[in-house]
Ligand binder design. Sequence first.
Ligand SMILES: C[S@@+](CC[C@H](N)C(=O)[O-])C[C@H]1O[C@@H](n2cnc3c(N)ncnc32)[C@H](O)[C@@H]1O
Length: 276
Amino acid sequence: MSQLPSAAQHYAREGELTGRILSTLTAEGKDLDRLTAEDLSPYDQFHSRGQQATAELAQLLNPQAGQLVLDLGCGIGGPARWLAARHGCRVVGLDLTEVYCRTAGELSARVGLSGQTAFVCANGLALPFATASFDVIWTQHAAMNIADKARLYREVARVLKPGGRFGLYDVMAGPAGDPYFPVPWSASAEWSHLTAPEGVREAILATGLKQRHWRDLTAESKAWSEKAVAAQTAGKGPSGPAIILGPSFAEMVANLRRSLFEDRITVVQAVFEKAG
Ligand SMILES: C[S@@+](CC[C@H](N)C(=O)[O-])C[C@H]1O[C@@H](n2cnc3c(N)ncnc32)[C@H](O)[C@@H]1O
């Protein structure tokens, strides 16, 4: 464990996950022999606004059947499975955290999506793919762990095919100062690398990609957070990523909410395109 890159140490500390997720689903009355990608979605969409955010970004990027998509920082593979199931595309999920990649592969096998999804444990700063490999590249809530944004987006631009599109849904720095820690992506400031939206945009444009869409979803994230708290208070909220991050998840979410409502973080959805 001590040799893991720091962000992976943060994410990997709860160990094996597949068994915990499957036991939770069994307790909810799900038949594990008939499990679908949809059944997993309360547990495998590891970003604010959950499956709704994935569906929105998918609608913007609209990958076609047979196309190859890269999910950079794929977590346990929920968005990759959602894309493969709904759009018929093939998805390679890449993540720094080894146990997440293994869990992602096991869950894909459970829902019959092994043929359309594959998971690679690697660093997004050194993508192990040839230039111009992917029709679509997508990343949700992973760049906040990555300090060298210029190198990250250069790698994205390199492995994207000409005419291909890059979509992001990310947490960025807000105008009111640093977030409160721990948050779901980092136990302390050491592993959190938030850049203001303009800095992110500049880093991406510097690679030659052209902006096609940019939307600040901070207000929507606040509204979603209010609903999630109300559902949990009424005893209806899914435990969701608490399974992934363990008992301290409640404190992380409280800090996330406080940071969000004090404008210490911003949530942005964007699409860029590589010239054809
Ligand atoms: C909050 S999770 C989001 C997971 C997934 N994108 C989702 O929305 O369900 C952030 C993920 O980014 C991964 N990550 C952080 N730094 C990374 C890096 N340098 N390269 C690849 N993945 C990274 C973490 O391991 C973690 O799985």
